[in-house]
Design a protein around this ligand. Structure first.
Ligand SMILES: [Zn+2]
Length: 378
């Protein structure tokens, strides 16, 4: 498979060997790939090639198999470069391309911010695979009448078929496969809701992943080797589940109601009181509240009743609230009724993750700590 993702690489996809870099993107491979490549070469050289093109020397089978598998992984690298270069052109940094035993993965720094970019990045990989399939197929068509059925033409035909196969497999409409991302882009474009689109494409991925796992078990049952199919199914299902959960979490966060999430501002208090004092004052309210801190020139910050819990009960009588206060310079402001998504965007840009909420007539009415939202939305 040839996928791309935004999450950090799993250990099975980590770069063990750095091959170099292309267009500023570090390209590497995982040890697991060498094992699977050796297995594929053996399969070709000792099984498929002697049966398909009998009469050649043993060493020529091994050389042809090695070249074929080398070009096969080269094709996967080209597929990943398709994703990566289009991502770069759409303003998304690509942190790495890694070849591993199930194929390749391009690690993108962030997600596409519009359905058009999502579509272009997703389709670029399979488009490269189709082009390579056509190229090898064309060479096979030209070479076959001239040299007949040789190892050379067999490898050309083989590369044509695996590239087309790679494109077809990756175009299954099931995220995290490319086809799933194309589906998500289409749903997003139609509905305007990125998170729901991604969650639905990921649901399809969970179904398809489970299907592959079942297929692998069936292969075992009828005497074949279903290991890779089961693992592939598990990998897709697992990736899809994470993507769905993430999309659902993002949807909850970005649609959260500001008024329901905020702690109302109550009467100002003095910074000289202890945490126990703050706890006693908070006891008068049946929900979390935020106290402005009285200063010589108006409030100098805010302390939340929730922050009491950061101090151990036995220490509360002796510790002053000074260290619990969030100073004004860590605040961004928001209006009641403003979309949480907009506020989070502003918080990210300014690096200020506390919000002072103003009502319609410009009065300070509430406080929201965004760190929980920001980590959940990321
Ligand atoms: Zn791909």
């Amino acid at each position: 498979m040839g996928s791309y993702t935004r999450k950090r690489c799993d250990p099975i996809m980590r770069q063990s060997i750095r091959l170099g870099s292309i267009a500023g993107i570090p390209v590497g491979l995982n040890w697991g790939l060498l094992l699977i490549a050796a297995f594929y070469i053996f399969n070709l050289a000792a099984g498929i090639l002697p049966a398909a093109v009998p009469g050649a020397s043993t060493s020529s089978y091994w050389i042809a198999a090695s070249i074929g598998i080398f070009l096969f992984f080269g094709s996967i690298l080209a597929h990943e470069l398709g994703h990566a270069l289009v991502a770069q052109r759409n303003g998304i940094k690509v942190n790495a391309i890694t070849l591993w035993f199930l194929g390749g993965v391009a690690l993108l720094d962030k997600e596409a911010d519009n359905p058009g970019a999502e579509f272009r990045i997703a389709i670029a990989g399979p488009a490269v695979s189709v082009a390579l399939g056509a190229l090898f197929g064309g060479l096979w068509l030209v070479a076959s009448p001239m040299v007949g059925g040789t190892l050379f033409t067999f490898i050309l035909g083989y590369l044509s078929i695996v590239n087309i196969g790679l494109a077809i497999f990756n175009m299954l409409p099931a995220a995290p496969l490319d086809g799933g991302r194309v589906l998500a882009a289409a749903l997003w474009w139609r509905s305007g809701n990125k998170n729901t689109a991604r969650a639905n494409a990921a649901k399809a991925g969970e179904v398809v992943g489970t299907g592959f796992m079942g297929l692998g078990l069936l292969l075992f049952f009828i005497g074949g080797n279903g290991f890779i199919t089961i693992f592939l199914g598990w990998f897709i299902r697992n990736g899809a589940r994470h993507e769905r959960q993430r999309a659902e979490r993002q949807e909850r966060v970005t649609t959260a109601d500001l008024r329901a999430s905020m702690q109302p501002l109550v009467a100002p208090i003095n910074r000289g009181i202890t945490v126990s004092g703050l706890e006693a004052l908070s006891g008068a309210y049946d929900k979390p509240v935020a106290f402005p801190i009285a200063g010589p020139n108006g409030p100098s910050g805010i302390v939340s009743s929730i922050s009491v819990h950061t101090t151990r009960p036995e220490e509360r009588p002796h510790v002053f609230i000074a260290e619990l206060i969030v100073p004004w310079d860590q605040f961004t402001s928001a209006r009641v009724g403003e979309q949480m998504e907009t506020i989070l965007e502003r918080a990210r840009n300014s690096g200020k993750d506390h919000v002072l909420v103003y009502d319609e007539i410009g009065q300070q009415v509430g406080y929201v700590a965004l760190n929980g939202f920001l980590s959940a939305a990321h």
